[in-house]
Design a protein around this ligand. Sequence first.
Ligand code: AMP
Ligand code: MG
Length: 414
Amino acid sequence: MSIDAGCAAPRQTLSVPEARRIILDAVAPVGGHEWVALRACLGRPLARDVIAPCNVPAHDNSAMDGYAVRAEDAGAGETRLTVVGSAFAGRGFSGMVGKGQAVRIMTGGVMPLGADSVVIQESAHIDENSIVFSGPVRAGQHVRRAGEDLTEGGVAIPRGKRMGPAELGLAASLGLAEVAVARRLRVAFFSTGDELASVGRPLAPGEVYDSNRYTLHGALSRLGCELIDMGVVPDRPEALEAAFLTAADSADVVLTTGGVSVGEADFIRALMQRLGEVGFWKIDIKPGRPMAFGRVGKAWMFGLPGNPVAVMVTFYQFVLDALLKLSGVDPLPERPLMPAVCVAPVRKLSGRCEFLRGRLFAEDGVWKVKPASAQGSGVLRSLSEANCFMVIDAHRGDVAAGETVPVQLFEGLI
Ligand code: AMP
Ligand code: MG
């Protein structure tokens, strides 16, 4: 298995794209589906293609308010046609449009038999029971053809597409009350650390509130995962072993935070190597260099660092797309980046790809980014105040004010 790359050479440093590739190559969709009512599908990936059971639109209809006519009746000069009826949306014209005739039609009105084109009302004037307009009519003008949006029997929404607002509407436009979505991924997660305290009670000296489980709760809920929150597990081998086994038994994916840094890694590493096949990776990423990835039983396991910002950075760069792929979505090979002018200097050592927190804004028609003042891997506030990551390549050093840097927007990511 390709995760061996991490196991076989634990001292070797992986680049961010290499680590992403190994993870995405290793995981495959878990399969399974359920039929879910349309409104409840939001955010969930389709497990099967949605096939159009009918044409959309179902009938040829008018794209504009105007008059349904026969194109051949119009000449190069002035044309006069007798208005013989009307066709409104939902209330059609039952007769036939004959030579020299027109039917008043509103947007969405079904094209009457015999008519093939629409003359918009702004181009025609009414003269008693007739309309008069100038110039030729192009056959089919301002007509929306039956099946133009979706053809009966064709794929309306492909498998693997996440149901967004447009897809809910699209499925509804086909009259579908429910669609087959991938079964929810079961994700078990716990925090490790003797210093961690749960919210809602005072801190004892040396304790820190466990925030990582809340960050992960939010991120995983947005993905529509079924959450198995296992709380805080102390840094004791028996407790960790029991937690790993329970988690791996009940979940598709196990996420842990903390305990993978240099001091503690050997301790958990020994445990993980006994329980499963897990690589401990050094990734040239900041924050978040140490990370574990592999399998315990049938579950995929991600051992994220403990620092709160590092948790979010590694989650978004490595875990998110793996979860999407596991639930049948084809993630983009690379995250979209946009260039922005960095307005303040940033100190950076070469060697690690840094995901700095920043605020993207527009000024005088130029996209600019202001780096957060505190970039420590424990400073969650920097993430809360930011709206993008500035992605600074591993090979380069300091960023000067005025330099253009690539940024990754949280919108659509977080
Ligand atoms: P570790 O990777 O376990 O050495 O943790 C690195 C740093 O992150 C330490 O300062 C921990 O106290 C802190 N940390 C670890 N887990 C959490 C957590 N769940 N919530 C908040 N801080 C944490
Ligand atoms: Mg720890």
